[in-house]
Design a protein around this ligand. Structure first.
Ligand code: GTP
Ligand code: MG
Length: 438
């Protein structure tokens, strides 16, 4: 007995291959389908999983056929198949070749008898000869009948696979294919919206844990991704009426992202809500002369403005901070590569005996890798929140969301225009995720 495996992308394909080979090698009767199973095969470095169907067939080789029974009495016409030969579930076709063999043996025997009679010198018994001839004809027609039955059973087996159960399995394969395409679609969708590669990987891993009936629905996939972010992004409560993070608000971040303008926007909103006194401090040790922008805004808001160049001046000013003031501290934008000034500022803040509410200000137009670089470089300042500016200048918020997700940082405020103080809002993660996945 020989066993062969036939692989296919579907169950049908595997079985078809088995039959095709059996027909080609003219051994349909000797071939018997034992089972069809599926297995998962990983492709694309383990990113994608494919289903492969394997049909296992036994092939009765000539040498392995049952020993031919020599005595007519010992040869039952419809013998039971041996228990050692495995059978496919459902249709039992393993007995038929035995019947055929039995008939073959009888036919051979009767031919020998006829030959013996012919060669014998004994007087010919005509009655016996006609009986044997009749028997031969019956055997021959029985052989034909069995052959036809056998082929009917084979066809039945084929159509059985092609129908119901087989159709159901095809449906499963089809759904798996649709689900796989939706995963690929989502991968492209997120990449087009500037999501970080690592974050896309996490989203796909999550989607792969979902059931196929969810993944075959594109809208459902989108909802799942929204839910993925909403449940994993760090949120924090912020209210302008009762700002809970202290009165010494300090903005840090790369140059030109909108720190000064946004600080004034926040000051104006908090002042309107709380009716508290305000003062502005600009720490800029590198530019000659104070930031004229901030000085001008301080004047408009009728609040004191201080330009700080030395650590001692800063400490002295901060000692005067009382409950009656909101102190808004602006810092000079520095390239995130200038780590020494950042370290120096961090030492100033550590040595000062007052708590600071630090916002890292970033532009939503920044690429994912650059945002990661900024977060890592400014981490020495131990900022509490991220503030995102210039949302009006991009339609792809994937970069910003990826940063918030990867570093588990809460978003405090967003700005979406140059108008002071209008283009300023408390961050709303749900809106942001919806916009990002539009
Ligand atoms: N379109 C748009 N422009 C903005 C936004 N916020 C700030 N800006 C503009 O960005 C430019 C830089 O703003 P600044 O506040 O000077 O930026 P900065 O971070 O203080 O810059 P440095 O002090 O040089 O580090 C200005 O022209 C702002 O009007 C915004 O939300 N949308
Ligand atoms: Mg500035």
């Amino acid at each position: 007995m020989e066993y062969r495996n036939y692989e296919g992308r579907t169950r049908k394909e595997a079985i078809d291959r088995m039959f095709a080979e059996a027909i080609r090698e003219n051994r349909l009767n000797e071939t018997q389908l034992l089972r069809v199973t599926s297995k998962e095969v990983k492709r694309w470095f383990g990113l994608k999983k494919d289903v492969v169907w394997v049909a296992v067939a036994s092939i009765q080789t000539k040498s392995s056929r049952r020993p031919v029974v020599t005595s007519r009495d010992e040869m039952p016409l419809f013998s039971q198949s041996s228990s050692s030969s495995p059978e496919p579930s459902g249709v039992n076709i393993s007995k038929t070749p035995i019947k055929e063999q039995a008939l073959q043996v009888i036919a051979e025997k009767s031919a020998t008898v006829m030959k013996n009679i012919a060669s014998s010198s004994a007087p010919v018994d005509n009655e016996l000869v006609s009986k044997v001839s009749k028997l031969e004809m019956e055997i021959s027609s029985l052989q034909n009948f069995i052959k036809q039955e056998l082929s009917c059973i084979r066809e039945g087996l084929m159509s059985h696979h092609l129908s119901e159960e087989y159709e159901k399995e095809n449906e499963i394969v089809r759904d798996a294919e649709i689900a796989k395409n939706h995963l690929l679609w989502m991968e492209d969708f997120l990449a087009e919206r500037d999501f970080d590669a690592k974050v896309i990987e996490d989203v796909l891993e999550y989607l792969k844990t979902l059931k196929t009936n969810v993944l075959i629905d594109k809208n459902q996939v989108l909802l799942e991704v929204k839910q993925f972010f909403l449940s994993r992004l760090k949120s924090q409560p912020i209210s302008l009426e009762n700002y809970p993070y202290g009165r010494n608000i300090l903005f840090v971040g790369p140059t030109g992202v909108g720190k000064t303008v946004t600080l004034v926007k926040l000051a104006a909103h908090l002042a309107a809500m709380r009716q508290k006194k305000m003062r502005f401090i600009s720490i800029d040790r590198y530019k000659v002369g104070a930031d004229p922008q901030l000085a001008k805004y301080a004047e408009i808001l009728r609040s004191p403005f201080y330009e700080i160049k030395t650590r001692d001046d800063f400490f002295k000013l901060m000692k005067q901070s009382g409950d009656e003031y909101f102190t808004f501290i602006d810092t000079a934008g520095k390239s995130p590569r200038d780590t020494i000034p950042l370290k120096e500022l961090s030492e100033w803040l550590d040595q000062c005996d007052v708590p600071f509410d630090i916002h890292l200000v970033v532009s939503a137009t920044t690429k994912p890798r650059d945002l990661a670089f900024i977060v890592e470089n400014y981490s020495c300042l131990r900022f509490r929140h991220v503030l995102a500016t210039k949302l009006d200048e991009t339609v792809c918020y994937g970069s910003l969301l990826s940063m918030l997700y990867r570093y588990q940082l809460p978003l405090s405020f967003i700005t979406n225009g140059q108008e002071v103080p209008q283009d300023f809002e408390i961050a709303n993660l749900e809106n942001l995720v919806n916009q990002a996945l539009k």
